[in-house]
Design a protein around this ligand. Structure first.
Ligand code: ZN
Length: 502
């Protein structure tokens, strides 16, 4: 008689490999695809989606899970976690009829094109029916999954299991209360900073520098690569991580920090235990933790003085001409530049969370039925004024700016802000555990921090749900206070304390 646990793993591995091929096609679509090959790629991906769905719904998986659940007491803690999470995935995928999955995919594709056109034409009414239909589909999906009375909670659970709208609402309310006054203070202090002085940074050198930085942080280029795409992302898994960035000669900080960000995602993937990539012990736990890894390397590490103590000489060597009139203090201020914008993806670290709170409040109201889709632009703009202190002139810099809703990805935005909270809370703990971090960074050694994240976070995969993992790592429940304290410390030192002229 074969071992049901071993057999389950064989089937999960099969599924994992299929999904990874699908992911590679998706990466290639964004990085390499010749313009007239899009139709064929769509066909390839639709076929892969069907194969993947069939593997995920394989009735043998269901039978094995039932068998293993009947002898759960005989399983150790790790195996129990594998069975528990595989059951969750299996039930979710088998509860959705094939026609529903196809309808949603078709609608997402149509809505993506509609969003693209509407954004270019600044025409929200043309896009509104697509959002309405996506909300209907989300509610139907929640119903099919047994979350009929809590569709928004279901959507949140898809990205970050264990969180609910009520839990996020409480965290965000506390964050907002502390953040809005802090942002106002920093805005006032940075108001006269003017635009970035950086111009004409050769792209070849930018690429060389960021590859040096990301390798130094610990990214293994023997099991991953970085390419160029319109929007930076990180895909693949620890066996083969595909990151992207984008380059502009006048925006060297954009390519550098987006690369460090994606490297944080890549380091998490590379830190998941390779022998378990196909099951809960080697899969990421959710988007918020994923984002906490990218944000920590990007912000807590990459924007720190210690980091620049090491990298500044090399940065100047690469861009001698461009930096000859830029003092060290000015460079550090540019690394941490605060320039409010209405566009989330261009936002600095200080304002970023307000962009997310805005979207969360809107999604909550849409799902509660207290906000009609047709009223979205006005409410969006009002909230911009309330939170960011400025109002969009048109919907392309307002409600039409994000791609997420065109794919029906409601409940995704909160992950970004939760990731910032988790990053800040982990950071407190990491600094307690590793008191020499600043000195290590200043000599270009990032290994003890990476090892700490590997041990404390990556090693567990999806074994513990996010909120439990945060408590295990940091010894306390998730709170926005460490994030507020970090922002006040980092930006207060630059903007709110009187410093000598730079
Ligand atoms: Zn990210």
């Amino acid at each position: 008689m074969s071992d049901p646990f071993a057999r389950l793993n064989t089937l999960l591995k099969h599924q994992h490999v299929i999904d990874s091929v699908d992911g590679l096609l998706g990466w290639d679509e964004q990085v390499n695809l010749p313009p007239e090959s899009a139709d064929f790629r769509a066909e390839q991906m639709a076929t892969m989606a069907k194969i993947s769905h069939a593997a995920a719904c394989d009735p043998e998986v269901g039978k094995l899970l039932t068998e293993l659940e009947s002898q759960v007491d005989a399983l150790d803690e790790d195996r129990r976690a594998v069975v528990r999470e595989a059951r969750k995935d299996y039930d979710e995928v088998t509860r959705l009829p094939e026609e529903f999955v196809e309808e949603k995919a078709r609608h997402s594709s149509a809505a993506y094109h509609a969003w693209h056109e509407a954004r270019a034409a600044r025409d929200f009414p043309a896009y509104a029916p697509f959002i309405t239909k996506h909300i209907e589909l989300a509610k139907k999906e929640a119903d099919l999954q047994g979350w009929g009375d809590r569709p928004y909670d279901y959507m949140i659970d898809q990205h970050d299991p264990g969180f609910t709208a009520a839990k996020i609402d409480a965290l965000f309310a506390e964050l907002k209360a502390g953040l809005v006054p802090l942002v106002r203070e920093i805005d006032a202090a940075s108001a006269n900073d003017g635009p970035s002085p950086f111009r004409g940074f050769p792209i070849g050198k930018q690429r060389e520098f960021l590859e040096e930085v990301t390798a130094k942080l610990g990214f293994n280029y023997q099991r991953g690569r970085i390419d160029v795409s319109a929007h930076p992302f990180c895909s693949g898994n620890g066996a083969d991580v595909r990151m992207t960035t984008r380059f502009q000669e006048d925006e060297p900080m954009d390519s550098l920090f987006s690369s460090i960000h994606e490297t944080g995602h890549g380091l998490y993937e590379q830190g998941l235990r390779r022998e378990f990539h196909h099951n809960a012990l080697g899969e990421h736990v959710g988007m918020a933790v994923h984002e906490s890894q990218s944000r920590m390397w990007e912000n807590q590490v990459g924007r720190s003085r210690a980091f620049w103590r090491f990298f500044e000489p090399r940065f100047r060597e690469c861009f001698h001409e461009q930096l000859k009139d830029v003092s060290s203090e000015k460079l550090y201020r540019e690394v941490n530049a605060v320039r409010p914008t209405l566009i989330r993806v261009d936002s600095d670290e200080v304002h970023y969370n307000l962009h997310i709170i805005l979207r969360f409040e809107i999604e909550q109201a849409l799902f509660a039925g207290t906000l009609a889709v047709t009223d979205l632009p006005g409410v969006w703009n009002d909230k911009c004024e309330e939170l960011l202190g400025r109002r969009p002139q048109h919907d392309s810099e307002g409600v039409l700016q994000d791609v997420h809703w065109s794919g029906g990805a409601f409940g995704y935005f909160p992950s970004y802000c939760l990731g910032n909270m988790i990053a800040a809370q982990n950071w407190v703990k990491a600094r307690e555990a590793l008191p020499d971090l600043d000195a290590e960074f200043a000599r270009g050694d990032f290994s003890s921090l990476l090892d700490w994240t590997r041990r404390e976070i990556h090693h567990h995969g999806r074994k513990y749900p996010t909120l439990e993992l945060v408590e295990r790592v940091t010894g306390r429940a998730l709170s926005p206070q460490p994030l507020l304290a970090y922002l006040r410390e980092r930006y207060g030192e630059i903007y709110l304390q009187s410093r000598g002229a730079d």
